[in-house]
Design a protein around this ligand. Structure first.
Ligand code: BJ8
Length: 382
């Protein structure tokens, strides 16, 4: 029987214990790379023998440090990420040897210029769209540039053979994580959306990738068994919600828990805290750099223009997860998701004939009451 560490699913505990783990890795000479986005080609970092740690800020605490150097009317995720670094209180930032960022939204890419004063950062230039052939060629050059940077910085050689192995391994991880997310397709779902979110976030601080996979696979099996034995056949009358938009790790308590406490069930996450990066695998049978170029170019973030894959994914997910309503969560001053929300609303309400709620928020508690009221009003409509 697999022994599961108790803190695998508790975010705060996992984050605290992760500090010791990352310190331990550093003492053993393992390089640490700090990352900020799902466009980061993780396979290259792993092929360089490094571990990757997400430095995306998810709490309001460090934001006032950031506002000394950055404008106040900026996305909370960007301010929180920068504030963690500037406050010198984040051990993950402290232990990172190198940071890797991408030119996604304007706020992030300009923040990286200032962050570079605190720690070396390699910025990958992301194309603005996915379709034209030159987008592939441009992004491929950026992957090659990252590979060379990692080789030089960590004095390693990333061979095609190692990269092919990493592609296979990462695909295996994606499939295991997708199986976990797809528990939401069951009706009633044996796990709540906020638990799924917390588990996934806590996993980010476990650097033993095999143990992560074993844990998630075991947990998925356990929950499927629970469904088969205790829940199957008793369809829930709770409205089934799909959450889309920006990453939601910083608003889990404020919004995700409120949705569930108000009597609904979050069954799917079409965002970077959910399936966005995992839904498509990397091709294991072609040149590894070509494979990774295509795989990461296909991510359906609103920074891409146009962004047709997001609508394809929403279309399929609304059907497959038997969704009753869509809630779009946009972080304040996130222009790309904010503007794309116009088309998402139209798609959800007119094409899919489902209720849609748009919530624009930050990491503060100021709008808790208003969010509560709006969620309850949506649920009453269903
Ligand atoms: S692939 S969603 S992780 S960019 S919410 S910082 S876009 S202003 S986090 Fe993101 Fe990569 Fe896209 Fe995913 Fe800017 Fe918007 Fe803030 Fe954002």
């Amino acid at each position: 029987m697999l022994k599961l560490p108790e803190n695998f699913e508790n975010y705060e505990e996992a984050r605290r214990e992760g500090f010791l783990k990352v310190k331990d890795l550093k003492e053993k000479g393992v390089p640490v790379v700090g990352i900020f986005c799902t466009y980061t080609p993780m396979e290259l970092i792993h092929a360089a023998g490094a571990v990757a740690v997400s430095l995306c800020g998810t709490s309001n605490g460090p934001i006032h440090y950031a506002e000394k150097d950055l404008p106040r009317n900026l996305c909370p995720l960007i301010k929180s990420s920068y504030g963690e670094a500037a406050s010198e209180k984040c051990p993950y930032f402290y232990f990172a040897d190198l940071l890797v960022g991408e030119t996604t939204c304007d706020g992030k890419k300009k923040m990286y210029e200032i962050l570079n004063e605190l720690k070396p950062i390699h910025v990958m230039h992301l194309p603005q769209g996915q379709e034209p052939d030159h987008a592939f060629a441009y992004w491929k050059e950026e992957l090659v540039r990252l590979k060379e940077k990692l080789e030089e910085f960590f004095d390693v050689k990333i061979t095609d053979e190692i990269l092919r192995e990493e592609i296979k391994e990462r695909n295996r991880e994606r499939k295991i994580l997708m199986d976990f997310y797809e528990l939401g397709k069951l009706n009633p779902s044996p796990i709540s959306g906020s638990e799924i979110n917390e588990t996934m976030e806590a996993l980010g601080f476990q650097f033993d990738r095999n143990a992560q996979c074993e844990f998630i696979a075991e947990r998925t099996k356990e929950l499927r068994n629970k469904y088969e034995k205790e829940l199957k056949g008793s369809k829930s009358d709770k409205p089934r919600i799909l959450v889309t938009g920006c990453p939601v790790n910083g608003v889990r308590d404020k919004i995700l828990r409120t949705i569930e406490d108000s009597g609904a069930s979050i069954v799917a996450f079409e965002n970077c805290s959910g399936v966005r990066e995992k839904i498509r695998l990397a091709d294991e049978d072609i040149d590894p750099i070509d494979s990774l170029t295509q795989k990461y170019l296909d991510i359906n973030c609103s920074v891409m223009t146009p962004n047709p894959r997001r609508f394809k994914d929403l279309d399929e997910m609304i059907d497959e997860y038997e969704v009753d309503a869509v809630i779009e969560i946009v972080l304040q001053a996130c222009h790309t998701f904010n503007i794309e929300a116009h088309n998402v609303k139209q798609f959800v309400t007119e094409w899919k004939q489902k209720p849609y709620l748009y919530i624009e928020t930050d990491y503060s508690e100021l709008d808790v009451g208003q969010i509560n009221t709006r969620i309850n009003a949506l649920l009453e409509m269903i």
